[in-house]
Design a protein around this ligand. Structure first.
Ligand code: NAD
Ligand code: UFG
Length: 337
């Protein structure tokens, strides 16, 4: 297939583009590079031994999208582009609704006009808010995400459901990611946050490499076995492979389906630190701090819908996720720079 991958230079996008190229697909990446560097795609092409077409631009640029769809016979769109920092979304809601919500709207309008009706969309477990029951299944309520970021994802999910209801030619896969971590086993591509990392694994690995002094564990008084928050960590390569399965599925039938992409198993922050120390052979300095606003005690996925319908499940263990994170961090102490 010929695929348009928006946000393909980013963390999850670059790993997915690699798997798509290795599976023989043709790839056009559209990315404005606001949170990524072209170096990721240079390395993706080197690993795959195949090239892709890169277009620098914004998903809100309708003229550019129309040109892209006119120039290329696109079979499906894999849509990663968007902003993703929960805390920043509270301070800059307009940016988040503009990029995530209005951006997806513009993309869908351009797709409809170009008669490209297959779309895989990056949603998030954040749409479950603080779930009344874990594991969260696709049927769990999604009424109360705790940030503008989460609400932008939920609005897009609703937009896509409405779109498919209005026109049966659409075939849409909504993927709710849990906590993507890890890196490609080559150590050549990985997560490269700009500035101070927000997320656990990039922070942890920058402490281990000596770039940051000490990890703050946000809260040890949660109602969990060791008092720290529990999350469902999923290896980014497993996640990338989930997109290939979703593409296969939406190419064979119409509709709008939602799938959780998680491992179906929760680990606490302390368990992650311990697994990382084992994988890296380094001691990670940490202190307990107050809870982070908006954090929930625990969430992990009920992943059986993806297993049944997509034939997909996460294969890579926590030890594997930690080893691959450490390989990427130690081979690239300055990320792609
Ligand atoms: P990322 O920031 O590494 O990748 C996003 C990419 O989109 C970047 O390359 C960025 O430059 C590009 N981009 C952003 N806004 C754009 C725009 N308006 N036009 C064109 N390009 C634009 O993030 P990621 O971790 O790879 O996440 C990819 C997707 O998955 C996002 O939609 C994110 O919300 C979603 N997601 C991520 C996580 C996570 O923890 N990483 C969890 C759940 C969902
Ligand atoms: N944590 C720390 N110290 C840190 C960073 C994180 O203790 O420096 C803790 C958090 O409190 C949380 C856990 O580590 O308990 C994981 O935190 P992350 O920030 O890595 O991930 P979140 O679960 O908060 O959020 C992630 C993505 C969101 C996505 C959500 C649900 O960042 O975009 O998973 O999929 F919406």
């Amino acid at each position: 297939m010929k695929l348009l991958v928006t946000g393909g230079a980013g963390y999850i996008g670059s790993h997915t583009v690699l798997e798509l190229l290795q599976a023989g697909h043709e790839v056009v990446v559209l990315d404005n590079l606001c949170n990524s560097s072209l170096e990721s795609l240079r390395r993706v092409q080197a690993i795959a031994g195949r090239s892709l077409l890169f277009v620098e631009g914004d998903i809100r640029n309708r003229t550019l999208l129309d040109q892209l769809f006119a120039q290329h016979q696109i079979d499906a769109v894999v849509h990663f582009a968007g902003l993703k920092a929960v805390g920043e979304s509270v301070r800059k809601p307009l940016d988040y609704y503009a990029s995530n919500m209005a951006g997806t709207l513009t993309l869908c309008q351009a797709m409809a006009d170009a008669e490209v009706f297959r779309l895989v969309f990056s949603s998030s477990a954040t749409v479950y808010g603080d779930p009344a029951r874990v594991p969260a299944s696709e049927e769990s309520p999604v009424t109360n995400p705790s940030s503008p970021y989460g609400r932008s994802k939920l609005m897009v999910e609703q937009l896509l459901q409405d779109l498919q209801c209005s026109d049966a030619r659409w075939s849409i896969g909504i993927l709710r990611y849990f906590n993507p971590v890890g890196a490609h086993s080559s150590g050549l591509i990985g997560e490269d946050p700009l500035g101070l990392p927000n997320n656990l694994l990039p922070y942890l690995s920058q402490v281990a490499i000596g770039k940051l002094d000490c990890l703050q564990v946000y809260g040890n008084d949660y109602p969990t076995p060791d008092g720290t928050c529990v999350r469902d960590y999923i290896h980014v390569v497993d996640l990338a492979l989930g997109h290939l399965r979703a593409l296969q599925f939406i190419s064979s039938r119409r509709g709008c389906e939602v799938w959780n992409l998680g491992a179906g198993k929760g680990y606490s922050v302390l368990q992650v630190i311990s697994a990382f120390e084992q994988a890296s052979g380094r001691t990670v300095r940490y202190v307990f701090g107050p809870r982070r606003a908006g954090d929930i005690a625990a969430n992990w996925a009920e992943p059986s819908k993806a297993a049944c319908e997509l034939g997909w499940k996460a294969e890579r263990s926590l030890a594997n996720m930690m080893a691959d994170t450490w390989r990427w961090q130690s081979m690239n102490p300055q990320g792609y720079r």
